[in-house]
Design a protein around this ligand. Structure first.
Ligand code: CUA
Length: 338
């Protein structure tokens, strides 16, 4: 009996640990209406299945602990009373549970359609790349288009339609606290409407295996009050800041005279490459390299010289020719692009 109690408490601890809140936990502390609906659906599925598991194990334990009984007790029985158990427990209850889940699921699908809302243009277009997300603002709306890698800002309190495309293989766009998953498929336009009820940073990640660095393909949705969002977008539209000191100015020279501009864009400069992430405001972002590493001087320098050790297989080569004062100047320039 003591062993049984110990086993049961271990199971309880496992459930408690599983209930810990992480950015991937879509069952708790959801940030928007779609995620709330999916979380409810999750609980509706989890609770009956836990109940069924507990009842099944209780019956197994009960049978195991039961005394063996006499031969008379084990004589052939009338099967009729047992048949009722099978009909109720084996057919009626599962059918009822699955039917309720199916209807709830249809309800969620209808409430949060993953299709283009007619009559509107998507506000943001997100392209999946191996291995980062590139958000393009106002793909057919007003103002200059801007590309923002990794950090997708949205206004809080209303749905924002996002068009999803892929430049290479199939990726999947998933922000567990805001919505379900939607694939980015080459040659196809998919749509998702994201709504955050409260301001905040919501972590997202690629949820479809897409190559060696799939696990390093992350992003974040940053939900802000509308005014703050507009200010952010206006700032993103602005050209890059001029270097503020001698070191940064030297860094800019190093950048422009090397291979960097072939792949990267810094608006307001000759750098117009579209292979890698745009760097116009790279200094204002929290993370770099597909949101995989903190954006600080050490990581930037490491990324420039040894990207292939940090994210093997990515398109960023190791620029081992940069070292000493040149490397320091280069990182100072990039850090200053806020
Ligand atoms: Cu992109 Cu996994």
């Amino acid at each position: 009996m003591r062993r049984l109690i110990r086993a049961l408490s271990l199971i309880a601890v496992a459930f408690a640990v599983a209930a810990c809140d992480t950015p991937q936990n879509y069952m708790q502390n959801t940030g928007g209406p779609a995620a709330r609906s999916l979380a409810n659906l999750g609980w509706e599925a989890l609770v009956p299945f836990i109940a069924a598991t507990v009842v099944t194990w209780a019956l197994i334990v009960w049978l195991a602990l039961r005394r063996r009984g006499t031969l008379d007790e084990h004589a052939p029985l009338e099967a009729d009373p047992g048949r009722r158990w099978i009909v109720i427990g084996g057919i009626a209850i599962p059918v009822a549970v699955l039917l309720i889940l199916f209807i709830s699921m249809l309800d969620s699908l209808a409430a949060f359609p993953m299709a283009h809302a007619s009559g509107t243009a998507p506000e943001i277009r997100v392209r999946g790349r191996q291995w980062w997300f590139d958000a393009e603002y106002h793909p057919r709306g007003e103002g200059q288009n801007v590309h923002v890698p990794g950090e997708i800002h949205i206004p809080v309190g209303r749905p924002v339609e996002i068009e999803l495309q892929s430049e290479d293989v199939i990726h999947s766009f998933w922000i567990p606290k805001l919505h379900g998953k939607m694939d980015l498929v080459p040659g196809q336009r998919n749509f998702i409407r994201i709504e955050a009820s409260q301001p905040g940073r919501y972590e997202g990640e690629c949820a479809e295996y897409c190559g060696a660095q799939h696990a390093h393909m992350r992003f974040a949705i940053i939900a802000e009050p509308p005014q703050k969002y507009r200010a952010w977008l206006a700032h993103q539209r602005a050209s890059a800041a001029a270097p503020s000191n001698y070191q940064a100015a030297h860094g800019r020279e190093v950048f422009m005279s090397s291979a960097c501009p072939i792949c990267h864009t810094i608006r307001g400069t000759p750098a117009q490459g579209r292979v890698g992430p745009e760097l116009t405001h790279v200094g204002s972002r929290k993370r770099i390299a597909g949101d995989a590493f903190e954006n600080n001087t050490a990581n930037l320098a490491a990324w420039i010289t040894s990207a292939q050790s940090m994210k093997p297989g990515s398109q960023m080569p190791n620029f081992t020719q940069f070292s000493g004062p040149d490397l320091q100047a280069l990182t100072a320039y990039l850090r200053g692009l806020r």
